[in-house]
Each structure stands twice: as C-alpha cells, then as structure tokens.
Design a protein around this ligand. Structure first.
Ligand code: AGP
Length: 590
C-alpha cells in the first residue's frame, strides 16, 4: 500500500508533489520518488522519507509530474526499487500501488524481447509493457499493457513530450482532484485538500486521461461519466494542529469525533440495520476494526440475544467451507479500502441478504460494495495507529444496537441518555493524562507485556496490546484473563508487566483473582480501574482511574486509557509514533 500523486497544470510541479507526498506517507514511507515531464523525463528517487527526498533532489523543472511513497512488497526499500520506474529509453515513467501477480511471467517474456530490468519490483514490468505497445498514443498503449496484467493496481503514467497523465485503477483506490486550469490524481484525499475539495473517484477498470483543462474517463474503451463530489474535510484536519504527533492529536479529538458520530447516526434516516427479524449476524473486519466488531458481538448478544459470528477478514477469505448464509453482515473498516475486507465483502455478497459497512471515508470502495453505509464522523485519521476511529466505531455500533426495535424501550432510553455522556467521560480520561504518563514511563522500560481482561474488556486487552506493539515495539499480548492459567501464566514474571482492565462489572471478582495469580509470580501490575474502586490500590502496583460508566460503555473509556498508555510508552522509547516501521495506514494489498 503505497501513496501515489500526480499533477498537470501551469505551476512548477515539484514543490506541489513533495507537499502532497508528505501527506500520503501514512500509506508507506520506506522510499519515495518523483518524475517530472517535459521534453524529457527527469526522475529522482531515494530510500527513506519525503523530507530526505526534498532535501536531496535537484530542481526538476516542469508542470506535469508523478510521485510515489512506498511500502515495499517486492524488493527491499532502496533507491533502485523506489518508484517511479521507467522503460528502456526513460521516455515512460510509472508509479504504482498494488501487486502485479503475474509479473514474473511478463518479466521473463520482456527480457527475451530485449527489455532490461534494473529493479526487483513487480511494478517495473508496467513501463516496459507500455513501451512494447506504444505506437504514438500513450493511453492506447496503457490500455493494451493493462490487458496483460493480473493483480491489483492504481497507476499514474507520464510520457516524455506529453502534457498529460494517464491513470487507471483495479482494486486500489485512486482519486482525481479537479481544479481550475490544473488537475491532480492521488491515492487519498489528504494529499489533495490543500489544492481542491472537488474530487472524482475512479471505479475499478477505469482509465483516465488528465490534462490541465480536461479529464476523460473510459472503461473498456468507452467514455464514461463519473460524478464530481465535494469533500468536507479541511486542510487543518490533516495537520498536527500543534500536537507533537498525529496520534496524540487524534486521541484528543475523540470527544468531538464521538459527539459528531452520535449526531450523524441520530440524523441519518436510513432504516434500522438491526430489524425485528434478525436471526443471526456476521461481522467481518481486520486489526483494530476487528476488535470493535468483537465488542459489538458482546453487546448485541447481551442486549438483543442475537448470535453473532465475528470473522477476521483474511481468515474468512481463506476458509474452504462456504460461509454460513446470514441475514445481515456488518463490515467494519475505517479506511474502506482494506483489501482483505473488500475481498470478504465480495464473498459475503453470495450469502448475506444485507451487507452494512461502518466506515470513516466517504466514497471509499467498501461503500460501493455495501448495500447500506453507516458513517462514523472521526475526520481523517493520519496516524497509522487507529484511535479516534476505534471509539467512533464503538459509538456507531451502540447506536445501531440501541435503534433495534426489539430492545426494551426503558433500557434503550437509559442507555441512549448515557451514550450522550460519552464525550465528557472520554474528556475525563484525557484530563487524567499525567497519571497514565507515569504508568507509561514504567511500562516503557520492559520489552514484553500482557493485557488481560474478561467479557467486553477482553477485546480492549487485544486492542491495548495491538497499540503497544504497533508503536512502541514492545512485544505485547492481549489475553482473556480466564485463559492465563491454561498456559500464558508460565510467562508471568517480574520482567513482564500485566495491564489488567478491571471495570466494576460482573467480571470484577474474577479479575481480582487473576491479579492475585500474577502478583504471586512477582509480575508488576498496572490496573485500569473504575474511579469508585477502593480495592485495587492495595493489589496492583499502579492504577489508572477511568470514569464510572455502565459496563457496555466501559470499552470506550478503557480504550482511550490504553491508547494513551501505548502512546507515552512509545514516546519514552523514542519511537517514530506516527510512522511505525513495516506498517501502513490503509492495507490495500492482500
Ligand atoms: C490499527 O491501529 C491498524 N492500523 C490496523 O490494524 C487497522 O486497524 C487495520 O488495518 C484495519 O484497517 P481498516 O479499519 O481501515 O479496515
């Protein structure tokens, strides 16, 4: 999953592209490059971040250009493997996001036909294929080349002496930014917001030819019309706003994100997702969104007694057994572009009467596959580690459950009232940041850790462990506390801190026992406790207090606490918090 950018207009392209590429780095940041057109194509690329590229690159004059920031799939991060890649004569340059699955076969054949390859990448076959098919018309050559390619792609192509870009997508997102006497192309909206908020979403199979004054989109050679849409995010939304890291900014945006998501769900007049006659439910997601789905399962089964099957999308896709027919499938994906999830949605189309997607990104591919879309209003999330989109997903799930007509009205009324207090409850956790920082300083000294919880706190234990792993590189495991004695307890040790999530609910007594079990093995314990808790201080080494809320909502306040714990532990370890190694924000390859 890489970031692609392109520009054609009247301004010098290089500075524009460097600015936009820096806003796409959450999609991949191990190497990057530019190609600027004109009579000849000038390419400059290097391993490392966009700021290093900006510092090292010579002035590349020209008003048409393409750029790329990479998350390596084929070939190590290096200036040779970085994009753009060119043909034998350097007259065609290509940037690509996706995976060419038949590149080995194409490469062998092209080498026999006399093409020289310099990189280890799958992408390099594209400019050579275009060169092979080029007979004076670049878009025709691109179309012919794509006819031979298998796999997924979003590409932008630049040819010498040609003041236009040819772009295409299949499986990976690509957006055209429409402006006055100049146009852009990008993998994602944040790269465009500084220049325009008018966009066209390319569909799978579309090929676009873009000049400074025109945009022509074809599909199978026939011109098609694609709607121009407005984006309601601002450039401020994708800037740090004075915070040291996007992650900390986004953690602090949660009261607003929750409030806006509540308003969005209340104002949407779509029919309730969970009608009266729901027999069973399937939920599919990846990573943090999967943890939100698990919490949805606990709450739906507790309040509505509807059986819920929760699946990790990549496992769901590899299941040989046919998926179970389900009345409704709920898919959670903040980006709406996660390849594993999109493949799962296509599989669900065969067995689910209705597919509902809960997502944060308008116009994303998942919204085009789903029958119904529930938007969360977290605003763009730049930091690779998901935070505000997680709590906003929980809020959307609660709303969805509380709008189920079969729920007891009195219970529903009470829970809806409490849901509206979540923004201030989360603000209380944020106000308690210093206590969490102290615990994080302790935690940052260890290389291994366990998060434990029961019931609705088990998925929060999984989420806490994921956050800590992602950004601090501490090896952390989320464990159902009841499972400790079935094996993991063997690792309880003075050098392995335990973060215990212990809300005042039906799991409390059992959690006290678990904490005594690990304390008996000298493990340091950090307990996340209810502000009313009077016991845990004697038992645990450190406590983090969160506001008292009804059990089903404890997931929200505890989520924010584990996010801050992970953030500060990573900060004290000096980790690159927003751009952790080997990861990317939107995983657009399987
Ligand atoms: C979470 O911090 C990670 N970035 C990752 O696990 C993420 O949740 C996963 O890739 C799913 O992304 P999605 O919600 O955009 O589909």
């Amino acid at each position: 999953m890489c970031g692609i950018i392109g520009y054609v207009g009247n301004r010098q392209a290089q500075p524009l592209l460097l600015d936009s590429l820096s806003k796409l780095e959450y999609r991949g940041y191990d190497s990057c490059g530019l190609a600027v057109g004109g009579n000849s194509i000038k390419v400059f690329k290097n391993a490392g971040r966009v700021e290093e590229l900006r510092a090292a690159s010579p002035l590349l004059q020209g008003t048409v250009a393409i750029g790329h920031t990479r998350w390596a799939t084929h070939g190590s991060p290096s200036s040779i493997n970085a994009h753009p890649h060119v043909d034998c004569n350097g007259r065609i340059a290509v940037v690509h996001n996706g995976v060419i699955t038949n590149y080995q076969t194409l490469r062998q054949r092209l080498i026999i036909e006399g093409h020289n390859f310099v990189s280890e990448t799958d992408t390099e076959v594209i400019p050579h294929l275009i060169e092979k098919h080029y007979k004076g018309n670049i878009e025709k050559a691109v179309e012919a080349a794509l006819g031979e390619i298998e796999g997924s792609y979003a590409i932008a192509v630049l040819a010498a002496k040609d003041a236009k870009l040819v772009v295409a997508r299949k499986g990976c997102p690509l957006i055209i930014g429409v402006s006055d006497r100049e146009n852009f192309v990008a993998s994602d909206v944040p790269a465009l917001l500084e220049y325009t908020n008018s966009v066209i979403y390319l569909e799978n199979g579309d090929i676009g030819v873009i000049t400074a004054d025109s945009i022509k989109i074809t599909r199978d050679g026939i011109e098609v019309d694609r709607k121009e849409e407005k984006i309601f995010w601002s450039i401020e939304d994708v800037q740090k706003g004075g915070y040291e890291h996007f992650m900390l900014k986004e953690i602090h945006e949660q009261p607003r994100a929750i409030r806006d998501t509540i308003e969005e769900c209340l104002s949407s007049n779509s029919s309730p997702v969970l009608g009266r006659n729901i027999e069973n439910l399937s939920m599919v997601a990846c990573g943090t969104s999967y943890h939100a789905a698990l919490i949805g399962k606990y709450v739906i089964e507790e309040l509505l007694a509807i059986p819920v099957a929760v699946e990790i999308a990549s496992e769901f896709n590899h299941r040989r057994r046919q998926p179970i027919p389900t009345s409704t499938a709920i898919v959670l994906t903040q980006s709406g572009e996660t390849a594993d999830v999109l493949v799962a949605m296509k599989r669900l189309l065969e067995v689910a009467r209705t597919i509902v997607v809960i997502t944060n990104v308008p116009g994303s591919t998942a919204t085009r596959i789903a029958k119904q879309t529930v938007y969360i209003k977290a605003g763009p999330e730049v930091s690779v580690a998901a935070t505000k989109t997680f709590t906003a997903q929980l809020i959307a799930l609660y709303q969805l459950i509380l709008s189920c007509p079969s729920l007891n009205r009195r219970i529903c009324k009470r829970l809806v009232a409490e849901l509206r207090t979540m923004p201030s409850a989360v603000q209380q956790v944020l106000n308690n940041e210093s206590e969490i920082m102290d615990c994080a300083r302790i935690l940052s000294q260890y290389d291994n850790a366990f998060f434990i919880g029961r019931g609705i706190s088990f998925p929060i234990a999984l989420e806490g462990a994921l956050k800590l792993k992602e950004i601090s590189y501490i090896h952390a495991e989320g464990c159902a506390a009841g499972e400790l004695k079935h094996g993991p307890l063997a690792l309880a040790h003075k050098d392995v801190p335990i973060i215990a999530i212990t809300p005042q609910d039906s799991t409390y007594e059992a959690m006290v026992t678990n904490i005594k079990e690990v304390k008996a093995r000298d493990a340091p314990v950090i307990a996340l406790v209810d502000e009313t808790d009077g016991i845990m201080e004697q038992l645990a080494d450190f406590v983090i207090r969160v506001p008292h809320v009804t059990s089903i909502f404890s997931a929200v306040v505890n989520a924010v606490a584990v996010q801050l714990l992970a953030y500060y532990a990573a900060k004290y370890r000096g980790c690159p918090i927003d751009f952790p190694r080997n990861l990317a924000k939107s995983v657009t390859v399987e």
